[in-house]
Design a protein around this ligand. Structure first.
Ligand code: AHR
Length: 514
């Protein structure tokens, strides 16, 4: 390096530092918001063509709606906007609109001018039509305020067909999403990014989306995941050979994860992830597009946008989404680092911790029977059925996990409760033909009603009884150690009057698996 080049580099660095310092100083002096992710992508020469979030504006000047909710009681919809330009979601508006009923998210609006709004995804070749995510299932804090992330169980997804401005046929693009390393599974495919125009698998290279989860498509993958991978269609790629080439990449279990993908559409792609609460990004792969199978180099993207499912609507996956954007052009590393800094500055965090053993949403509990026969028995799932078992501190971990439930806001009425399995996230306690089961939430109105129970004082004078939301004269009852919703003296054998009051009274206890 000549003296002149060294001087030139030093001058460029000084200039860059001065520009950055001036921008921050100007923002502080003027009180204007610092650059949000899409401002940063724009000034880096790779503008956002889509920007989606349920938590905040992704442009410093954005002042429009973030998402739309529809409530169950009367099917009326409301747009949820930001509290101020460039600010956070107005969750209080959602809370009052959805009080004593339940809401699902029907639209996640595009914050760019391209109107690439995500609506509930229709049926595809690999899965039936989707449902919207429950609007209040994922309360978190951002900027010190309560906001809601989007919590996907199976059979939930959003799509924008043939979006405006997204990459097609080998054009370059980048994208990121903030997701969670605590809510995932190994079903196909929790994706955000570029997919086909038909809801179908149209061949290798017709997708370019971020995948996050534990579906190891090309073994070996290292550690237990969940991993960021590039869903390029017919494969989730950790490298140009498919497999993980990096033994250090054991996945990312941070509560909030930044996941990034960029692809020049011809012969290069890169994946990165980071802790969305602190620090920088780690590059997981940066190199050639796969050539060991045809179709990926060059790419053949079709330009639709998906959130929550695979390109063909494979919709068994679960996951969390807080924000994400897609760009025209491949963002530079510097741009991506600046986006990560901005994400960290948001301060994503959990809502205030909730003590276990209570019926407050977020608390983990176990439910103990009170009938004289059975006071050491707890409600647990077993082979997808729900029964009571004797559980104690010395029980096997599996039994203690099966006997622990996370209290959630009632899916059909947020004044009641739902119970999510501790060890099968996304699966809930619901009744079906009056018997209780553990099943994945499919988001349907029937599931939401079947999985909602309204607590009242225990009928025996002890503990709590849980009335079924859609059969309010029926209560969670154990009968021959199997769980039903029963009505006192009703037509079924499990409705028997003998010991009814005790059988429907439960002690809400500290969880066997906290
Ligand atoms: O590439 C993985 C998945 O394969 C895609 O998301 C889906 O379209 C296909 O089933």
């Amino acid at each position: 390096m000549t003296v002149w080049t060294r001087l030139h580099h030093t001058r460029s660095r000084l200039l860059a530092a001065t520009v950055l310092f001036s921008a921050v100083a100007l923002a502080l002096i003027s009180g204007s918001a610092a650059a949000a992710p899409c401002d940063t992508y724009g000034s880096g020469g790779t503008p956002c063509v889509a920007a989606h979030s349920t938590t905040r504006a992704l442009f410093a000047s954005y002042n429009g709606p973030l998402y739309q909710v529809r409530r169950a009681s009367d099917n009326v919809s409301l747009n949820i906007g930001v509290l101020s330009p460039g600010g956070f979601a107005n969750s209080a508006a959602q809370d009052s609109f959805c009080a004593n009923t339940s809401c699902v998210i029907t639209i996640i609006f595009d914050q760019t001018t391209r109107r690439n709004d995500l609506t509930i995804e229709p049926a595809g070749t690999a899965g039936p039509a989707n449902n919207g995510v429950p609007a209040d299932a994922l309360p978190v804090t951002a900027g010190g305020r309560l906001v809601y992330g989007a919590s996907f169980s199976g059979r939930m997804g959003y799509r924008k067909m043939a979006a405006n401005g997204t990459a097609v046929n080998g054009q370059p693009e980048g994208m990121y999403m903030v997701t969670s390393g605590t809510h995932f599974n190994s079903a196909c495919c929790f994706d955000y990014g570029n997919v086909e125009v038909p809801v179908a698998d149209t061949g290798n290279g017709h997708m370019d989306a971020i995948y996050f989860g534990t579906l190891c498509w090309f073994p070996p993958c290292n550690g237990a995941g969940p991993w960021i991978m590039a869903d390029l269609e017919n494969g989730l790629f950790q490298s140009n050979t498919g497999v993980s080439q990096n033994t250090a990449n054991t996945g990312n279990r941070s509560p909030y994860v930044t996941a990034m993908l960029k692809n020049n559409g011809q012969n290069f792609f890169a994946t990165k992830d980071g802790n969305a609460q602190s620090g920088g990004l780690t590059t997981r792969f940066s190199g050639a597009l796969p050539t060991f199978r045809p179709g990926y180099s060059p790419m053949h993207q079709e330009g639709s946008i998906v959130l929550g499912t695979g390109g063909d609507n494979s919709n068994g996956s679960i996951g969390s989404f807080f924000e994400g954007a897609m760009t025209a052009g491949v963002p530079s590393d510097a741009t991506e680092n600046a986006v990560q800094s901005n994400i960290v500055s948001v301060g994503y965090g959990g809502p205030s911790p909730v003590a276990g053993g209570t019926l407050n949403p977020g608390s983990t509990i176990s439910l103990r029977a009170t009938t004289a026969c059975c006071t050491t028995r707890y409600i647990r799932h077993q082979n997808n059925n729900v029964v009571t078992s004797v559980i104690s501190g010395s029980s096997a971990a599996l039994d203690r996990n099966d006997g622990s439930w996370i209290v959630r806001r009632g899916m059909a009425n947020n004044a009641c409760v739902s119970f999510e399995s501790r060890n099968f996230p996304g699966d809930f306690l619901r009744h079906q033909n009056f018997q209780l089961r553990r099943q994945p939430n499919d988001g349907s109105a029937l599931f939401r009603a079947d999985a909602t129970f309204c607590p009242q004082a225990g009928q025996s004078g002890q503990g709590t009884s849980f009335a079924s939301f859609n059969f309010p004269t029926r209560f969670i009852r154990h009968f021959n150690n199997t769980l039903f919703i029963a009505s006192n003296g009703g037509p079924n054998n499990f409705d028997a009057q003998a010991s009814f009051a005790a059988d429907v009274s439960w002690v809400v206890s500290s969880p066997w698996a906290p």
